[in-house]
Design a protein around this ligand. Structure first.
Ligand code: FES
Ligand code: FES
Length: 162
Protein backbone atom coordinates (compact mmCIF):
# COMPACT_ATOMS: atom_id res chain seq x y z
CA UNK A 1 0.00 0.00 0.00
CA UNK A 2 1.55 3.31 -0.95
CA UNK A 3 1.92 5.91 1.75
CA UNK A 4 0.07 9.20 1.89
CA UNK A 5 1.88 12.49 2.44
CA UNK A 6 0.23 14.32 5.28
CA UNK A 7 0.51 17.91 6.43
CA UNK A 8 -0.84 18.78 9.86
CA UNK A 9 -0.40 21.57 12.35
CA UNK A 10 0.06 19.86 15.70
CA UNK A 11 0.11 21.96 18.84
CA UNK A 12 0.92 25.00 16.72
CA UNK A 13 3.78 23.35 14.80
CA UNK A 14 3.57 22.42 11.11
CA UNK A 15 4.30 18.70 10.60
CA UNK A 16 4.77 16.83 7.34
CA UNK A 17 5.17 13.08 7.16
CA UNK A 18 4.10 9.98 5.23
CA UNK A 19 1.54 7.64 6.75
CA UNK A 20 -0.25 4.47 5.72
CA UNK A 21 -3.69 5.17 4.22
CA UNK A 22 -5.31 3.10 6.98
CA UNK A 23 -3.28 4.58 9.85
CA UNK A 24 -5.28 6.18 12.63
CA UNK A 25 -4.60 9.67 13.87
CA UNK A 26 -3.79 8.18 17.28
CA UNK A 27 -1.04 6.00 15.79
CA UNK A 28 0.30 8.90 13.74
CA UNK A 29 0.52 11.10 16.83
CA UNK A 30 2.04 8.46 19.06
CA UNK A 31 4.30 6.60 16.62
CA UNK A 32 5.27 9.14 13.97
CA UNK A 33 5.31 12.31 16.03
CA UNK A 34 6.24 10.87 19.43
CA UNK A 35 3.29 12.52 21.16
CA UNK A 36 2.35 9.74 23.57
CA UNK A 37 0.09 11.82 25.81
CA UNK A 38 -3.03 10.69 23.96
CA UNK A 39 -3.88 7.20 25.20
CA UNK A 40 -5.33 4.07 23.64
CA UNK A 41 -7.95 2.76 26.02
CA UNK A 42 -10.71 0.88 24.20
CA UNK A 43 -9.58 1.49 20.60
CA UNK A 44 -13.24 1.51 19.53
CA UNK A 45 -14.63 5.01 20.29
CA UNK A 46 -15.98 4.09 23.71
CA UNK A 47 -13.72 5.61 26.38
CA UNK A 48 -12.43 9.03 25.30
CA UNK A 49 -8.82 8.39 26.37
CA UNK A 50 -7.59 9.25 22.86
CA UNK A 51 -9.50 12.55 22.59
CA UNK A 52 -7.71 15.33 20.69
CA UNK A 53 -8.99 18.52 19.12
CA UNK A 54 -9.23 18.52 15.33
CA UNK A 55 -9.84 22.01 13.97
CA UNK A 56 -11.18 23.01 17.37
CA UNK A 57 -13.51 20.05 17.89
CA UNK A 58 -12.86 17.13 20.29
CA UNK A 59 -12.52 13.94 18.27
CA UNK A 60 -11.60 10.34 19.04
CA UNK A 61 -8.22 9.78 17.44
CA UNK A 62 -8.39 5.97 17.75
CA UNK A 63 -11.02 5.71 15.04
CA UNK A 64 -10.09 8.69 12.88
CA UNK A 65 -7.92 8.13 9.82
CA UNK A 66 -4.84 10.33 9.86
CA UNK A 67 -5.07 10.81 6.10
CA UNK A 68 -8.52 12.35 6.55
CA UNK A 69 -7.02 15.06 8.77
CA UNK A 70 -4.70 16.46 6.11
CA UNK A 71 -4.40 20.23 6.47
CA UNK A 72 -6.12 20.32 9.85
CA UNK A 73 -5.02 21.67 13.20
CA UNK A 74 -4.59 19.14 15.97
CA UNK A 75 -4.27 19.90 19.67
CA UNK A 76 -3.13 17.14 22.01
CA UNK A 77 -2.67 17.21 25.77
CA UNK A 78 0.96 18.20 25.17
CA UNK A 79 -0.32 21.41 23.56
CA UNK A 80 -2.50 22.82 26.30
CA UNK A 81 0.22 23.87 28.72
CA UNK A 82 0.59 27.60 29.12
CA UNK A 83 4.06 28.63 27.83
CA UNK A 84 5.73 25.65 29.45
CA UNK A 85 3.74 25.86 32.71
CA UNK A 86 0.78 23.68 33.59
CA UNK A 87 -2.54 25.14 32.47
CA UNK A 88 -5.02 25.94 35.26
CA UNK A 89 -7.03 22.81 34.51
CA UNK A 90 -3.93 20.59 34.61
CA UNK A 91 -2.92 22.02 37.95
CA UNK A 92 -6.45 21.77 39.36
CA UNK A 93 -6.79 18.10 38.37
CA UNK A 94 -3.64 17.34 40.31
CA UNK A 95 -4.71 19.31 43.35
CA UNK A 96 -8.31 18.05 43.52
CA UNK A 97 -7.63 14.37 42.90
CA UNK A 98 -9.10 14.48 39.40
CA UNK A 99 -6.35 12.15 38.25
CA UNK A 100 -5.39 8.88 39.90
CA UNK A 101 -3.84 6.29 37.56
CA UNK A 102 -3.87 9.08 34.96
CA UNK A 103 -4.72 6.98 31.94
CA UNK A 104 -7.94 8.84 31.18
CA UNK A 105 -6.54 12.25 32.11
CA UNK A 106 -5.26 13.44 28.71
CA UNK A 107 -8.69 12.88 27.17
CA UNK A 108 -10.41 14.73 29.99
CA UNK A 109 -7.92 17.59 29.68
CA UNK A 110 -8.71 18.02 26.00
CA UNK A 111 -12.46 17.93 26.57
CA UNK A 112 -12.29 20.48 29.39
CA UNK A 113 -9.94 22.67 27.36
CA UNK A 114 -12.49 22.65 24.56
CA UNK A 115 -15.42 23.29 26.93
CA UNK A 116 -13.80 26.30 28.58
CA UNK A 117 -12.83 27.66 25.17
CA UNK A 118 -16.49 27.54 24.16
CA UNK A 119 -17.93 28.64 27.49
CA UNK A 120 -15.62 30.05 30.16
CA UNK A 121 -18.28 29.75 32.87
CA UNK A 122 -20.26 26.53 32.34
CA UNK A 123 -22.89 25.32 34.76
CA UNK A 124 -22.43 22.08 36.70
CA UNK A 125 -24.80 20.39 34.26
CA UNK A 126 -22.87 21.70 31.27
CA UNK A 127 -19.62 20.40 32.76
CA UNK A 128 -21.13 16.97 33.41
CA UNK A 129 -22.63 16.81 29.92
CA UNK A 130 -19.34 17.83 28.27
CA UNK A 131 -17.40 15.18 30.19
CA UNK A 132 -19.96 12.42 29.70
CA UNK A 133 -18.05 10.93 26.75
CA UNK A 134 -14.87 10.44 28.77
CA UNK A 135 -14.70 7.41 31.04
CA UNK A 136 -12.68 7.03 34.22
CA UNK A 137 -12.32 3.84 36.26
CA UNK A 138 -10.61 5.43 39.26
CA UNK A 139 -11.90 8.77 40.49
CA UNK A 140 -15.68 8.54 40.73
CA UNK A 141 -15.81 11.79 38.70
CA UNK A 142 -16.75 14.21 41.50
CA UNK A 143 -13.12 15.22 42.02
CA UNK A 144 -12.96 16.05 38.33
CA UNK A 145 -16.00 18.30 38.48
CA UNK A 146 -14.49 20.03 41.52
CA UNK A 147 -11.22 20.46 39.62
CA UNK A 148 -12.99 22.00 36.64
CA UNK A 149 -14.81 24.45 38.93
CA UNK A 150 -11.52 25.30 40.69
CA UNK A 151 -9.86 25.93 37.34
CA UNK A 152 -12.73 28.18 36.27
CA UNK A 153 -12.46 30.15 39.53
CA UNK A 154 -8.69 30.41 39.10
CA UNK A 155 -9.04 31.64 35.52
CA UNK A 156 -11.55 34.23 36.70
CA UNK A 157 -9.10 35.41 39.34
CA UNK A 158 -6.44 35.50 36.65
CA UNK A 159 -4.16 32.99 38.30
CA UNK A 160 -3.76 29.25 38.71
CA UNK A 161 -5.13 27.64 41.88
CA UNK A 162 -2.98 27.36 45.00
S1 FES B 1 -9.16 4.74 22.80
FE1 FES B 1 -10.34 6.02 21.56
S2 FES B 1 -12.26 6.15 22.51
FE2 FES B 1 -11.14 4.71 23.71
S1 FES C 1 -7.66 8.24 36.73
FE1 FES C 1 -7.53 6.10 36.28
S2 FES C 1 -8.96 5.82 34.66
FE2 FES C 1 -9.24 7.85 35.27
Amino acid sequence: MSKVLLKLVVNGRPQEFACEPNQTLLDALRQDLGLTGSKRGCDDSSCGACTVQVDGVPMLACTLLAAGCDGQEIVTVEGIADHGSLAAIQKAFGEWGGSQCGFCTPGFMITVHWLLGQNPNPTEEEIRTALSGNLCRCTGYNQMYSAVKAAIAAEQRGKVPR
